[in-house]
Design a protein around this ligand. Structure first.
Ligand SMILES: [Zn+2]
Length: 323
């Protein structure tokens, strides 16, 4: 059994982006230590748009330097780096040491094809120049990978051949998001070519979907109550405000939801159960999504415990190593 932990390395995109220290540097330093202690390789998806934009503001350069150094550090330690695109950075500005996010154009399909191509090329170049091996994996910001044709030709040119955005049964079409993975093949990996929903043995791309999981309303009651009872352990280390458009609190507390298997905060409590189910179903691997900004003291502690408990039986690998 293998588990690929994948980390989307980024600020928040709501009213407050939070600080680079809290959302990225501090929690990632802890994650890298946990990886060292447990002989694990992770995959990081740094938000390339941030790198492109931060270069343009002199007052953002000290933070940018910390981020670049951290990316180079994990690269030197053998962790994988993938391409992660939040194209709304095209419309972001920096004022009084705060990023002002505008998510009117949140996903790549909100841009015309020539704009989309230049964003993909530009963001890819920004990441690749920091990394010692070819960048091959991709995850779309906010899971907005559809229609895949917006990415396809650029990816062929750039040598991106792995996508890890889809998760079986996931759907959110509330603006600014758009993804519909209801009809994604229910597999741990499959090839596709033009449409992520259609398996194609001869396709140029390999999908390594994020493992999906059904969450009960009770899970979210626990999550919200723990946040109130014990904020010290359950409050995210990242100090920003998320962009609007996620599930409403009321819906989460009253209905089942199919979401990603996640290492964020209290979500990590489901990891051991997911591992047991995967073993029972004879699955070869799990892909877990996480965000340094959403790490909590609880989640970091749990991650370390989980990895040390299972490291003899489970290999903790990067996406590249699943291929
Ligand atoms: Zn992201």
């Amino acid at each position: 059994m293998k588990i690929a932990f994948t980390w989307d390395y980024e600020l928040f995109f709501g009213e407050k982006s939070g600080t680079v220290q809290n959302c990225m540097i501090k929690p990632t330093a802890d994650l890298l230590q946990i990886a060292e202690d447990n002989n694990a390789k992770f995959t990081f998806f740094p938000d390339a748009g941030y790198l492109v934009k931060a270069k343009q503001y002199e007052s953002a350069l000290p933070d940018l330097e910390l981020v670049i150094n951290q990316i180079k550090l994990w690269d030197a330690r053998g962790h994988e780096t993938g391409l992660h695109i939040h194209p709304h950075w095209e419309d972001v500005s920096y004022q009084n040491n705060e990023w002002i996010h505008n998510t009117d154009r949140y996903k790549i399909s909100d841009f015309d094809q020539s704009q989309a191509n230049s964003i993909i090329m530009n963001y890819f170049t920004e990441i690749q120049q920091l990394i010692s091996s070819p960048v091959r994996s991709f995850r779309a910001g906010g899971w907005c990978v559809q229609p895949f044709l917006n990415f396809r030709d650029a990816f062929v040119d750039l040598g991106i051949s792995i996508d890890s955005t889809a998760f079986y049964g996931g759907k959110n079409t509330k603006s600014p998001y758009y993804y519909d993975f209801i009809n994604v093949p229910n597999k741990t990996s499959y090839r596709f070519d033009k449409d992520i929903l259609i398996e194609n043995q001869n396709g140029l791309f390999l999908e390594l979907p994020i493992t999906s999981l059904r969450y009960s309303p009770l899970f979210f009651w626990r999550l919200f109550l723990l946040g109130r009872w014990d904020p010290f352990r359950h409050k995210p280390i990242g100090n920003g405000i998320p962009a609007q458009g996620g599930g409403s609190k009321k819906a989460l507390l009253s209905k089942y939801h199919t979401l990603c298997l996640s290492a964020d905060g209290y979500f990590i409590s489901q990891l051991e159960k997911a591992l047991k189910t995967a073993r029972k179903d004879k699955k070869s691997h799990l892909v877990v999504i996480g965000h340094p900004k959403a790490c909590t003291l609880y989640s970091l502690e749990k991650l370390n415990l989980f990895m040390s408990k299972f490291k003899e039986e489970v290999e903790f690998v990067s996406l590249n190593q699943l291929v």
